[in-house]
Design a protein around this ligand. Structure first.
Ligand code: DAH
Length: 341
C-alpha cells in the first residue's frame, strides 16, 4: 500500500506538471481525488490493514492528499495567471494610435424647412397633428367633397390597396382636416405635415412620394380676411418683412371660395429672374374657406362655424429655400450633398 501511495503521488505530480488548461486540471482532480479516484480507492482498503499499520498508512495517505491538493491549487493559479496574461495581451489598447473622428450629422434640408414652418405656425397657436399614410378614400375624397367620378380619384393617379378603391395611400394631407374635425373639440387650429403618394413618374420636379403640410382653422366668425392675414404673416416670416403676396382664384372641391397664393419673388422683386422662372411671382400654396358641405359632413353647423384651410408641398418650399434644382437630390441622401446645409 505504501508503494501504491508513493506511485499515485509521483504520477499525479508529474501529470500536473504538464497540465494545459482548466479542463485537464479538472480531469486530474477527479482521477486522483474524486469519489472513484485512485487515492480514494486506496483509502477504502484501510479497513483491511492491521490496527498497527492503520495509523501509519492513514498518516501517509493524508500527506499524499494534502500534497495533491496543494499541487492542484498551484496549477490552477498558474493557469489563471497565464489566461489573464493572454487576455491582457489580446485586449491591449495602443493609446498612441490616432483616434477616428466621429462624423457629426446635420439636419436634412427638408427638416430645416419643416421645423421652420412648425415654428411659425405653433407661434400662431396651431397644434401639430399626425395621421396615417394608409388612408380611407372616404377621408381622402368623399368627406372632402370630391365625389365618385372626381378626376383625382382615378386609378391612374392614386395608389389603391383594394379593387373597390376604398383603401389607399393618401394623395394629399387634406384628409387630416376630416380627422381633426372628427376628433378635436372646436375651435380647431392644426398643422398636419406628412407624406403623400401619387402615381407620378420620377423627374426633376416629381416624385411618387412627397410631403405636404396641411393647415386648418375652424372657429366662429372666421373669414377670408383671417386667411389672407395669417398667410401674409407666414410669407413675411419665410421671406422677410414687406414680402408681397397675391391671391388667385382656383378650384378645390373642399374649399369655397378657393385660391392659390403666390409670393413676389424675393430675388428680383417681381421683375422676373431665374429663381421665379421669369414670372416675378412664385406659387406657394393652395387655400380657401372650408366648404359648408365639408363642415356639415363633420357634424359642424356652417351657420355657426366657418373655417379656412391651406396646403402646400414641402419639397417645393425646400428646393426654393435652398436653391436646389432637382427633387431627386432630396431623397438620394448623398452625404456630400447633405453636408452643404
Ligand atoms: N390638397 C390640395 C392639393 O393637394 C392642396 C390644398 C388646397 C389644401 C387648398 C387645402 C386647401 O387645405 O384649402 O393640391
Amino acid at each position: 500500500m505504501k508503494d501504491q501511495l508513493a506511485k499515485i503521488r509521483a504520477e499525479a505530480l508529474a501529470a500536473l506538471e504538464g497540465v494545459q488548461d482548466a479542463a485537464g486540471l479538472d480531469g486530474l482532480r477527479v482521477k486522483y481525488l474524486g469519489k472513484k479516484g485512485e487515492l480514494t480507492g486506496v483509502l477504502k482498503m484501510m479497513g483491511k490493514l492491521s490496527p498497527e499499520e492503520r495509523p501509519v498508512m492513514g498518516q501517509m495517505a493524508n500527506d499524499v492528499r494534502a500534497a495533491l491538493e496543494k499541487a492542484l491549487d498551484e496549477a490552477s493559479q498558474k493557469l489563471e495567471a497565464a489566461a489573464l496574461a493572454l487576455r491582457l495581451k489580446a485586449e491591449a489598447i495602443d493609446v498612441t494610435i490616432p483616434g477616428q473622428a466621429v462624423a457629426v450629422g446635420r439636419e436634412h434640408p427638408m427638416n430645416i424647412a419643416l421645423n421652420e414652418m412648425k415654428d411659425i405656425f405653433t407661434g400662431m397657436g396651431f397644434t401639430i397633428m399626425d395621421g396615417p399614410e394608409v388612408e380611407l378614400a372616404a377621408y381622402n375624397f368623399d368627406r372632402l367633397n370630391a365625389e365618385e367620378g372626381h378626376p383625382s380619384r382615378d386609378w391612374s393617379d392614386t395608389f389603391y390597396f383594394d379593387q373597390d378603391s376604398r383603401v389607399m395611400l393618401r394623395s394629399q394631407t387634406s384628409p387630416m382636416q376630416v380627422r381633426a374635425m372628427d376628433t378635436l373639440p372646436l375651435p380647431i387650429r392644426i398643422l398636419a405635415p406628412g407624406r403623400v403618394y401619387r402615381k407620378d413618374e420620377v423627374d426633376a420636379t416629381h416624385s411618387p412620394m412627397f410631403h405636404q403640410v396641411e393647415g386648418l382653422v375652424i372657429d366662429k366668425g372666421v373669414t377670408m380676411a383671417d386667411l389672407k392675414g395669417a398667410l401674409n404673416t407666414v410669407a413675411e416670416r419665410l421671406f422677410g418683412e414687406g414680402t408681397k403676396t397675391r391671391f388667385r382664384p382656383h378650384h378645390f372641391p373642399f374649399t369655397e371660395p378657393s385660391c392659390e397664393m403666390d409670393v413676389q419673388c424675393h430675388k428680383c422683386g417681381g421683375v422676373g429672374c431665374p429663381t421665379c422662372t421669369g414670372e416675378g411671382w412664385i406659387e406657394l400654396l393652395g387655400a380657401g374657406m372650408v366648404h359648408p358641405r365639408v363642415l356639415e359632413m363633420a357634424g359642424i353647423d356652417p351657420e355657426v362655424y366657418s373655417g379656412w384651410a391651406f396646403g402646400f408641398g414641402l419639397e417645393r418650399l425646400a428646393l426654393r429655400r435652398f436653391k436646389i434644382d432637382d427633387v431627386r437630390l432630396i431623397f438620394e441622401n448623398n452625404i456630400r450633398f447633405l453636408e452643404q446645409f
